[in-house]
Write a protein that binds this ligand. Structure first.
Ligand code: FMN
Length: 342
């Protein structure tokens, strides 16, 4: 698959942003099934891959028909990042390698990785170059507009990674110091797009499919990544595809909602049972572990339905797939026959 096929803005280009703790195989599969143009894994430690950490490789677990998908990784040493990318490529399941240059989490920044790379553009460029030389998959970078308003390095960063061979740049339009809130500078993202010849994607604040497509068109970017808007809402990609095509679509039905929660949960349970390969005996039962991961998604799945507060109250007591599905069924039963929601 050529670089332009995945990243150029002349076709539908709304993808799933990487989110640690969320964009596991189950969420990625549902997002792709509902129309995301690609998805990204949770962030993985490049050094974990080079040390053959089973836990790290588990984060790169993908499902059947789960394409296109990126292996999203953080690290600081170009040689280690290149070797990690080689190992990810050897799995034969990925369509591109994405470098994390925006994560503000202290543990990662303290190592000089994630958002800290915005303050060391030559190193980031060296990482891109090393990966580009090591693998045949396209290499992309996901970053922010800067560490702080006083240290806005995005222009310099975009030029350097383009020169180093990046196939695309994904820009979350916030400063790292603002974490996940505060204004998103789409104007600046649009300016970077004008200045560069590699594909530039924007990210931040799209909460509906139509909004994502409108941001893409307004700011002229090649594509848009959706993060939080896709939690408990894979239909956001279906809406985006319809908005892109200028089509109206029926809102999702309650039956679809129920089937989607079940598919999500069963996929998580299977993933959790695979964790036995490296977790100690006595770790939480796979089903209960899956229910715990589903919790934040579940709240979003049922948000807006009349009985959602009952689900929130029961949330911490749920342990099994059946308990979750019973709760969803009772919320659905309280809805008018055939009701559907956006
Ligand atoms: C819980 C959570 C985890 C995230 N983890 C990552 C990550 O590992 N790597 C990354 O580049 N961005 C990460 N992000 C940032 C998102 O990819 C995205 O840039 C941000 O949420 C803004 O987009 P949104 O408004 O569509 O959510 C994370 C965001 C959230 C909320």
């Amino acid at each position: 698959m050529s670089d332009s096929h995945l990243f150029s803005g002349d076709r539908f280009a709304i993808g799933l942003a990487p989110m640690a703790g969320f964009t596991d195989r189950a969420m990625r599969r549902l997002s792709l099934q509902h129309g995301a143009c690609f998805a990204m894994t949770e962030v993985v430690n490049a050094a974990g891959l080079t040390h053959d950490s089973k836990r790290t490789f588990h984060l790169l677990e993908t499902g059947e028909n789960e394409r296109p998908v990126a292996a999203h990784m953080y690290g600081i040493e170009p040689a280690v990042m290149a070797e990690a990318a080689r190992r990810a490529e050897a799995l034969g399941r990925f369509d591109f390698i994405d470098i994390n240059s925006g994560c503000p989490v202290r543990k990662i920044v303290a190592k000089g990785a994630g958002a800290a790379l915005m303050g060391d553009v030559p190193r980031l460029a060296a990482i891109v170059r090393a990966i580009h030389e090591a693998v045949s998959l396209p290499v992309t970078v996901k970053t922010r507009i800067g560490l702080t308003p006083d240290t806005c390095t995005i222009r310099e960063l975009a030029a350097a990674v383009e020169d180093a061979g990046a196939a695309a740049l994904f820009i979350h339009g916030r400063f790292a110091c603002n974490k996940h809130s505060g204004p998103v500078d789409w104007e600046l993202i649009g300016t970077i797009k004008q200045e560069r010849s590699m594909p530039i994607w924007g990210n931040g604040s799209a909460r509906t499919g139509a909004e994502a497509v409108a941001l893409q068109k307004t700011y002229g970017v090649d594509g848009v990544l959706i993060g939080r808007g896709a939690i408990g809402n894979p239909w956001i990609f279906r809406e985006a595809r319809a908005a892109w095509d200028g089509r109206a679509i029926a809102p999702r039905s309650l039956a679809e909602l129920r089937d989607t929660v079940e598919a999500h949960l069963r996929d998580l349970a299977q993933l959790k049972s695979m964790e036995r390969r490296y977790r100690r005996a006595g770790a939480l039962a796979a089903e209960t572990a899956a229910v715990m991961v589903l919790r934040p998604h579940l709240l979003k799945y049922v948000a807006g339905l009349p009985g959602w507060r009952a689900v929130r109250r029961q949330l911490n007591d749920m342990r099994t797939v059946d308990e979750v599905l019973d709760a969803v069924d009772s919320v659905i039963a309280g809805e008018p026959e055939g009701a559907a929601h956006e």
